[in-house]
Design a protein around this ligand. Structure first.
Ligand SMILES: Nc1ncnc2c1ncn2[C@@H]1O[C@H](COP(=O)(O)OP(=O)(O)O)[C@@H](O)[C@H]1O
Ligand SMILES: [Mg+2]
Length: 612
């Protein structure tokens, strides 16, 4: 080896020096290393001799070490690191040695060198991110470096040791999975990117494999938590816990169980969603570096050629997801609320909370049947896929939009994995209520009208609804009102003949880009609609276009269930709508839609509605 590193066991670590001072030991060795490297570049006398007076002086020491470490090629670094470690020591002792090194004055330089080793050598970003996404390589590389630079020594040290010890032919994917083990922030990030509908399927599948590869806990760890948390309740309710993990994600693991329900007197099936044991300890740190990443990419966005908000928004989304996912009590409350919201809707289910078996770290739910909706739909004929698409729109948009409550909840993270479909019964179950938002009656009323107005391509009506939804009070005649009006008119003029279900949301986004502010929940709903649009595309059965479906559902619900839902729409809205629908004929007419409008807005509907 060119530098002769690795040829001898470091004196300090092989017992020739007192072992209690590991910090000094590691620093000393790093320093020795720096000397050696320097020696290579510009020969120095006595380079392998450790001068303890220099070790003591950390400022000189760190600068030299940093310099030395920076000059190391990745393979040399690996050898140097291997050389650092106490030989013949246990894994725990070796981990402690690395940890001490990370905490020493040389720690920062060491991290930096390790980070480069990771992104250039063992999990090369160039291999990880395909050529087609070449512009993503710099931010991915920088984000990985950023996290390695910040992870606490206690978390980073075992990872470094593990990477050193993995066989040299280990694939980059396996190495990456090990690196992100028990790092919920990064796991969640991978998941959020994997679900981005704009990614090519090949890359999405690759990322999805990472998501499915999370293995941070063993079944016995999960069972132990359940036993500890529930104690005597296990016996009281005759709980039997399955010995395998049903599903594992970044924050929680899910296991099946059965219990005796005192209500029915029968043995029932359920699932426990259990907060993983390391989460409480690691959570704050993950939230911190995600915040740091959001800030870093906001400051540096001009270096990457992405829209200013794209990267910061992604990290903010990950933070929001994590923050809510660890809040089990909140999800339990939401589940109760969601259950009552969907209770009367045939074909749409929400798991029931099994309250006596819940704690702040465990959520117990009825076990629901069904598989990921996109997979289920792939096995169905076209006609039934269309039905599935309609159920999805009804469940995720129409029901919350038309709910009777003052502040109705909606599901904030409806990716396909959270939507279970049972092909035999035709039931759709919405699970995973960690992320939810609320919209007031008034907001929902304007939103419902906005969908209809956009569908009817009514510029005046659309503009009114947009202004009503904005956070500020903007008068139509004001300069900003005029600007919105022009944007709306241009948008409606440009709309393709076959409309899309997300037209109204695209419009809101465009207007938001011009500086008009909309409430947070509305922005979340628009993201939900884009997700839904992607799922609908995957589900298929919508070859005629999704255009009217959302608006039609809104209107249908309004007519069919107006008593039950106590629709947020008012009779006055009906008159506005009917006028709009009449004018619509002269503006643009899509074949086949007349029948729908005739059914939805029959003559005299205003009068009959007025009397209810
Ligand atoms: N009530 C349930 N019935 C059946 N399976 C469930 C149920 N709840 C969760 N699961 C399974 O566990 C997985 C993870 O649960 P989920 O609530 O989505 O949590 P997260 O996605 O945060 O891990 C789901 O994708 C599903 O496979
Ligand atoms: Mg989920």
């Amino acid at each position: 080896m060119a530098l002769g590193i690795g040829s001898s066991v470091p004196k300090v670590l092989s017992g020739q020096l007192p072992s209690h001072d590991l910090v000094t030991a590691i620093t000393a060795e790093a320093l020795a290393l720096a000397y050696r490297i320097k020696g290579q570049v510009a020969p120095m006398a006595g380079s392998s001799v450790i001068d303890s007076s220099i070790v003591g002086s950390s400022s000189i020491g760190s600068a030299l070490i940093e310099d030395g470490l920076r000059r190391l090629a990745p393979e040399q670094l690996r050898a140097a690191l291997a050389d650092f470690l106490p030989k013949g020591a246990t894994a725990a002792e070796q981990t402690r040695a690395i940890e001490a090194g990370l905490r020493s004055p040389a720690g920062e330089a060491l991290r930096d060198a390790m980070a480069r080793w990771i992104v250039d050598e063992i999990v090369p970003v160039d291999r990880l991110v395909p050529q087609a996404y070449v512009e993503w390589r710099p931010p991915v590389r920088d984000a990985m470096m950023f996290v390695v630079a910040r992870l606490s020594p206690a978390r980073l040290a075992p990872k470094l040791l593990e990477q050193l010890e993995l066989p040299s032919n280990t694939t980059a994917e396996v190495r990456l999975l090990r690196l992100i083990a028990k790092v919920p922030g990064l796991q969640k990030l991978g998941q959020v990117i994997a679900r981005n509908q704009h990614l090519r399927p090949a890359l999405r599948n690759a990322l999805a494999r990472l998501e499915n590869g999370i293995r941070d806990v063993r079944p016995e760890d999960v069972v132990a938590i359940i036993r500890q948390e529930l104690g005597p309740r296990l016996e009281k309710y005759a709980v039997h816990i399955a010995p395998t993990i049903l599903s594992e994600a970044s924050v929680s693991a899910v296991v099946r169980f059965t219990w005796r329900d005192p209500g029915s007197g029968k043995r029932e099936r359920g699932v426990f969603k259990v907060l993983k044991p390391h989460i409480p300890e690691y959570f704050a740190e993950d939230m911190d570096y995600l915040q740091g990443l959001a800030q870093y990419f906001a400051d540096q966005h001009h270096n990457y050629g992405f829209p200013a908000n794209l990267l910061p928004d992604t990290f903010k989304k990950v933070r929001r997801l994590l923050r809510h996912e660890v809040n089990f009590v909140r999800e339990q409350k939401t589940l109760l609320e969601a259950w009552s919201l969907y209770q009367s809707m045939p074909g749409i289910c929400v798991p029931r909370l099994i309250q006596p078996l819940c704690t702040s770290r465990i959520t117990a739910l009825t076990e629901e049947r069904g598989i990921k909706v996109t997979n289920a739909a792939a096995r169905l004929p076209e006609s039934r896929r269309k039905k599935v698409a309609e159920q999805l729109i009804e469940a995720l948009v129409a029901v919350p939009l038309l709910a009777a409550q003052e502040d109705a909840i909606f599901h904030g993270d409806p990716h396909a994995g959270n939507l279970l479909y049972n092909n035999r019964t035709g039931e759709l179950t919405i699970i995973d209520w960690a992320l939810r938002e609320r919209l007031s009656r008034d907001q929902r009323r304007h939103l419902a009208l906005l969908f209809l107005m956009v569908t009817l391509r009514d510029p005046v009506g659309t503009c009114n609804e947009v202004l009503a939804l904005s956070q500020q009070h903007i008068r139509r005649t004001s300069p900003r009102g005029q600007m919105v009006s022009e944007l709306v008119t241009r948008f409606l003029d440009e709309l393709p003949v076959v409309p899309s279900g997300v037209d109204a949301m695209v419009l809101l986004e465009r207007i938001a880009m011009k500086g008009i502010k909309f409430p947070g929940p509305l922005i979340m709903l628009s993201k939900v609609m884009f997700t839904l649009d992607g799922i609908l595309g995957d589900v298929g059965g919508s070859s005629t276009g999704m255009g009217f479906t959302i608006a039609r559902h809104v209107a249908q619900h309004w007519i069919k269930n107006r008593k039950e839902f106590r629709s947020p729409l008012k009779t006055r809205d009906w008159i506005t709508l009917q006028c709009s629908a009449l004018l619509y004929t002269s503006r643009l007419w899509l074949q086949g839609e007349q029948a729908i409008l005739d059914r939805l807005l029959p003559a005299g509907s205003t009068a009959s509605l007025a009397s209810t």
